[in-house]
Ligand binder design. Structure first.
Ligand SMILES: NC(=O)c1ccc[n+]([C@@H]2O[C@H](COP(=O)([O-])OP(=O)(O)OC[C@H]3O[C@@H](n4cnc5c(N)ncnc54)[C@H](O)[C@@H]3O)[C@@H](O)[C@H]2O)c1
Length: 344
């Protein structure tokens, strides 16, 4: 077993809170990655992890991605994330209520919302015991759909062959909250949409609604498409997958899509455009914090993601380096500037 402090160093993480409540069966971890602005934002992931160690690593990676996400989106907050380790014997409603109590105890340094595996009903249970939760799940999903589609439009502009959404085929992996939002927006804009989900009924229902084609979930990422849009789980862009891709660009709403850091350089050598996931998926947090905390209109922040995506893709092409490197640099430079201001 690896040392937890070594893991934290690897993830550059600072605060990990391990939460347990035996009567409800709650097992949860909160990672507060960055408190430069006094508040860390990020959703609650609910999952049956193979081990506590896996959950520890996941929550830290997701929290640091949230820091990049907030910074690149230009909203003045740091990243956080929580995971609830689903298991037999957990009293789901009571466990989420208890989790809300723990979030409330943090006094507003962590603001949570939904994420993979957490249902709207779960969020409502959290909201019974804390004010620091955004329960507007579907609105956040639509906002994430908007930033993914902005990223796809930026890919078209970066490629520069005058194609519009109506000229291309996009393969969307996952038909949950985010995948469905992305697929709907693309279909409305006239794109040819392919969809897949391990829950076949869910994929078929969405396809019927928007006129998309259902693809086998095992082949969606290698389908004949211009762009693939991973909107289900992380780690799906692997070194083995890249030579098999038919698409010339990747832009999706899932967090941490790249299997490892080497994949971003491999994408460069295969000339595949990649919109950093922390930018493409930033709509949810933009919508959440502008409505709940900043009391401002999200539209400007959402629209800006197109410009930022195009800037990143253009700079990456000019410097022949990965979009992840450029995007991360922009996000971290902004945070450093803020930290320097605070120290003055
Ligand atoms: N919910 C949000 O506000 C939000 C915001 C930004 C990013 N994200 C990220 O977007 C992704 C999806 O989140 P969500 O909220 O839509 O989750 P969700 O639980 O609503 O949907 C995920 C869907 O993916 C499907 N799926 C799982 N594995 C799959 C596979 N291998 N192939 C095809 N389909 C598969 C599931 O069956 C499910 O329908 C996650 O990575 C999440 O972290 C979510």
């Amino acid at each position: 077993m690896t040392d937890i402090f070594d893991d934290m160093d690897t993830a550059n993480a600072h605060r990990l809170l391990v939460l347990r409540d035996k009567p409800t069966g709650l097992k949860a971890i909160i990672a507060l990655d960055n408190l430069t602005y006094g508040l860390a934002c990020g959703g609650i992931r609910t999952k049956r992890y193979k081990s506590t160690e896996e959950a520890m690593q996941d929550v830290q990676k997701l929290a640091s991605a949230m820091t990049l996400k907030c910074s690149i989106a230009g909203v003045p907050f740091g990243g956080g994330k929580s995971v609830i380790l689903d298991h037999d014997g957990m009293d789901r409603a009571a466990a989420f209520r208890k989790f809300g109590e723990f979030v409330e105890e943090l006094g507003g340094s962590y603001m949570c919302a939904g994420d993979l595996g957490t249902t709207q009903q779960d969020l409502m249970h959290v909201a019974e015991t804390t004010q620091y939760v955004n329960t507007a799940g579907s609105d956040l999903g639509v906002a994430t759909g908007i930033t993914v589609v902005n990223g796809i439009r930026a890919c078209l502009a970066a490629k520069g062959n005058n194609q519009t959404l109506a000229d291309i085929t996009v393969a969307v992996q996952g038909c949950g909250l985010i995948g469905a939002a992305v697929a709907r927006l693309l279909a409305e804009a006239g794109a040819n949409v392919l969809v897949a989900d391990i829950n076949d009924a869910q994929a078929r229902q969405l396809a019927d609604e928007i006129g998309a084609t259902v693809i086998d979930p095992d082949t969606i990422l290698t389908a004949e498409a211009d762009i693939i849009s991973p909107c289900a789980i992380g780690g799906v862009i692997t070194p083995d997958l890249i030579p098999q891709l038919k698409a010339w660009a990747i832009c999706g709403g899932a967090n941490n899509q790249l299997f490892n850091s080497g994949v971003s350089d491999l994408l460069v050598s295969y000339k595949i455009l990649y919109v950093p996931d922390f930018l493409a998926s930033s709509g949810g947090v933009i919508k959440g914090v502008t409505s709940d905390i900043m009391d401002t209109d999200p539209e400007l922040y959402l629209a800006k993601t197109y410009d930022t995506a195009l800037e990143i893709l253009t700079r990456a092409a000019a410097e022949n380096c990965s979009s992840i490197r450029i995007g991360t640099q922009i996000a971290l430079d902004r945070l450093k500037d803020k930290q320097a201001l605070l120290q003055e």
